[in-house]
Write a protein that binds this ligand. Sequence first.
Ligand SMILES: CC(C)(COP(=O)(O)OP(=O)(O)OC[C@H]1O[C@@H](n2cnc3c(N)ncnc32)[C@H](O)[C@@H]1OP(=O)(O)O)[C@@H](O)C(=O)NCCC(=O)NCCS
Length: 193
Amino acid sequence: MPTEVTVRKLGSEDIRLIALIDRSEHVDVEYTVAGGRLVTRPVTMTEIPPWDPAGSGPHSVAARVAFCAPIAAGGAAVPASDGERLLGLAVVDGAFEPGLARLAFLHVGGPHRRRGAASALGDAAVEVATASGTEAMYVSATPTGSAVGFYLSRDCALADPVHPDLYAREPDDIHLVCRLGQSRPEASRGERS
Ligand SMILES: CC(C)(COP(=O)(O)OP(=O)(O)OC[C@H]1O[C@@H](n2cnc3c(N)ncnc32)[C@H](O)[C@@H]1OP(=O)(O)O)[C@@H](O)C(=O)NCCC(=O)NCCS
C-alpha cells in the first residue's frame, strides 16, 4: 500500500499520537562505535516492549510526550499515514544550533515497518531542516540494526565529533550526522559487520 505523508505542526494534544505507535521490536543486531567505526556487539535487549501506556518511566507515553512536545512546538512534528492509520511520527528541531538541525524522534509502528514510512518521514524532516537554513541534521540513534540500517540507508555518517551534550545524555546511542543536499564520500561510511 502506498505511504501518504503529511507534514504539519502538531499541537500539544496531537503529540499524544505517540501512544498509537507500537514501539515493540525484536532486535537481532546491535552496534557500537569502536576506533571511530561501527561494529556489532552482543544485543543488550532482544525484545523491546511497547511504550508503557500508564507509567512515567523513560519508555512511557508520558515521558515521550513530555520530551517531544516542546521540540515539536519550536520545530515540527511530522506524522506519516497511509490515509487510514498512523504509521509513524518524526519530530525535528530545525534550528537546534546555528547550521544544525536535530532529528529528535523517529518511530514507525511495528506492523508498518519496511514500507517506506521512515524514508518518507526522513524526507519530510530534511525539508523542515532545509527550510530552517541548516546544512546538517544530527541524530542520536538507538543502536539497533533497524535504526542504524535506516540511517546508513540515508547516507548519514558517524558524527565526528559527537555533540557533547547529546552524547552525555545517550552515550550508548550511535551519533550520526546527515549532511543536507549532498552525498558523503564512500570512505566515511560506517562499517556494518
Ligand atoms: C528504524 C525505523 C524508523 C525504520 O522504519 P521503516 O519505515 O521500517 O524504514 P523504511 O521502510 O523507510 O526503510 C528504508 C531503509 O532503511 C533500512 N532499514 C530499515 N529497517 C531496517 C532493518 N530492520 N535492518 C536493516 N536496515 C533497515 C533499509 O535500507 C530500508 O530499505 P529497504 O526496505 O529497501 O531495504 C523503524 O524500524 C523503527 O521505528 N524502529 C524502532 C524505533 C527506532 O529505532 N527509531 C529510531 C530511533 S533513532
